[in-house]
Design a binder for this molecule. Structure first.
Ligand code: ATP
Ligand code: ZN
Length: 283
């Protein structure tokens, strides 16, 4: 049995549960429960505060966990990271009151800065030879300047709207973060095998999330030209259509470049193009 720690309630919770479900692992959730056991995979899920997850995984209370890189590195457990998961992307940034002059990070010398991430901030500033007074607070960091607690803040930002509504301006990016899967470094062979199984499924889900299945019709004399435009896994599948002289081509394209590919294949004579999501992809 593998024990997985995820955030009980917060910005990581929903996507962590979604990933596990997309891996075909079923379980019943209840907001009152602190743990659940999967009904079809030897996995137990523990619901914890995100800040406690790295420590519990390091101590072996949980075997694996899902946590933001910001918390992982802040707490000094980066060695536990196994796999970046691509969700809960955010950044840790420095922000100053909107009206303040700010040219470079040197302007922060001697200032009071409020943050929940003193270690990440200290590392960033030390590298740049800047000395500040760090005030570590656990929440509501963005109001610190307006109540006179600090001259600037260092906090998690995604869209930046919270900063704007508190009269602040983002001036430096300190750290880029996303959710990561972490694991205890002394897993038994049996647990290691289960983790490998889980990772195999996670890779299939991740690959599929970026890939699209594309189907199109084309005159037979254009198949070769169109095939060259479709990267595919190996080469596209070509099936004859009932209509003489026409075929259907099937392939897989990456989401990042499918708009460009679609334009080119249309120019090359493709018709009736369908792009559909892929649920799992094993190569
Ligand atoms: P807990 O009660 O578990 O301690 P918390 O209040 O510390 O929760 P959340 O605000 O739920 O934490 O954020 C959890 C993690 O989600 C953060 O550490 C960060 O990695 C990520 N995160 C935070 N804010 C955002 C955001 N705006 N967009 C995307 N990801 C975010
Ligand atoms: Zn937290």
């Amino acid at each position: 049995m593998l024990r997985l720690a995820i955030q009980k309630s917060g910005r990581l919770s929903e996507d962590s549960l979604k990933l596990i479900r997309e891996c075909g692992i079923s379980f019943i959730t209840s907001s009152l429960k602190l743990k659940t056991e999967s009904t079809n995979f030897p996995l137990e899920i523990l619901y914890l505060r995100d800040d406690d997850i790295p420590g519990y995984v390091a101590d072996g209370v949980a075997d694996i966990g899902i946590v933001g890189e910001n918390v992982l590195v802040e707490e000094g457990y980066q060695a536990l990271a196994v796999e970046k998961l691509g969700f809960s992307k955010c950044r840790l940034s420095l922000a100053v009151p909107k009206a303040d002059d700010y040219e470079s990070v040197q302007d922060l010398n001697g200032k009071n800065i409020a943050t929940s991430y003193p270690n990440l901030l200290q590392a960033f500033l030390s590298e740049r030879g800047v000395q500040v007074n760090i005030h570590t607070i656990s929440g509501s960091v963005e109001i610190a300047p307006s109540i006179g607690l600090a001259d600037a803040i260092c906090d998690i930002v995604s869209s930046g709207s919270t900063l704007i509504s508190n009269g602040l301006r983002e001036v430096e990016r300190v750290f880029n973060s996303q959710a990561v899967l972490i694991a205890n470094d002394g897993l038994t062979a049996e647990k290691r095998e289960l983790l490998d199984k889980l990772l195999f499924r996670i890779h299939a889900v991740q690959r599929a999330s970026r890939a699209k299945y594309i189907l199109l019709n084309a005159p037979n004399d254009r198949i070769q030209q169109i095939s060259q435009l479709l990267p595919g896994i190996k080469s596209p599948t070509v099936l004859p259509l009932a209509e003489e002289g026409w075929s259907s081509l099937h392939s897989v394209v990456n989401e990042d470049d499918f708009w460009e590919i679609i334009e080119k294949i249309k120019e090359a004579g493709a018709q009736g193009i369908l792009v559909v999501p892929i649920e799992k992809m094993i190569i």
